[in-house]
Design a binder for this molecule. Sequence first.
Ligand SMILES: N#Cc1c(-c2ccc3ccn(Cc4ccc(CN5CCCCC5)cc4)c3c2)n[nH]c1N
Length: 249
Amino acid sequence: MRIDVVSIFPEYLSALDLSLIGKAREQGLLQLTVTDLREFTADRHRTVDDTPYGGGAGMVMKPEPWALALDAARTRGPAGAGAPEQRPVLVVPSPAGEVFTQATARELALREHLVFACGRYEGIDERVVEWSREHFEVRPMSLGDYVLNGGEVAVLAMVEAIGRLVPGVIGNPESLVEESHSDGLLEYPVYTKPALWRDRPVPEVLLSGHHGRIARWRRDRQLQRTAARRPDLVAALDPAGLDRADRDV
Ligand SMILES: N#Cc1c(-c2ccc3ccn(Cc4ccc(CN5CCCCC5)cc4)c3c2)n[nH]c1N
């Protein structure tokens, strides 16, 4: 998978040099390039913003540097040797985007080329989104219902959530199976040594070695946690996915 990120704060994305994503880049599982939008300005002040038409607070990001930067990212993409090239996906972080979920991560992890446009100020001139539809599948995307100062934090989260689903990035694919949201439920609690810590024991069942009982206990914890913390997920559950024991929790 190829990932391009465009930002006026490229150093913000240096966290992607670390840990699992950094290792995946070294191994060639992910080709990730971060580009400074200011490289695509033409004036001596490297101007990327201007005042908003129609008035209002703050500044808006000018369209031309973005069009040049996104064109450069697009053409840097994987040249499929004769393979019908998928259009790259342009992810535009925005408070007004669709909410990014685990399902979105799974969907985007299957694509060949992702480009992320990190806006700042009050956002990017809307005509960039319209112009981009010619060459990209454009996806305005939000991390959630709160306002950040720009797109970089969102891109860090999305690249991590997507990158870890790319085959080979996570050493043990088993650990992807029982994650939060993989089955529509929150994950169960986890414990490790010591068995007794500050007078708090590990739940007895987890020391029993009885895999059936352990699986039942974990599923019960998932259902209880989800009901307590995310009633919205319970409402969205497919009843066909619940067995009789689930219904008794
Ligand atoms: N992903 C994600 C995000 C973001 C996000 C993503 C990208 C940018 C680029 C800039 N900002 C800052 C910003 C965005 C909007 C406003 C308010 N409006 C501006 C236009 C006129 C009306 C009012 C203020 C400031 C961003 C925030 N926030 N929350 C998420 N989940």
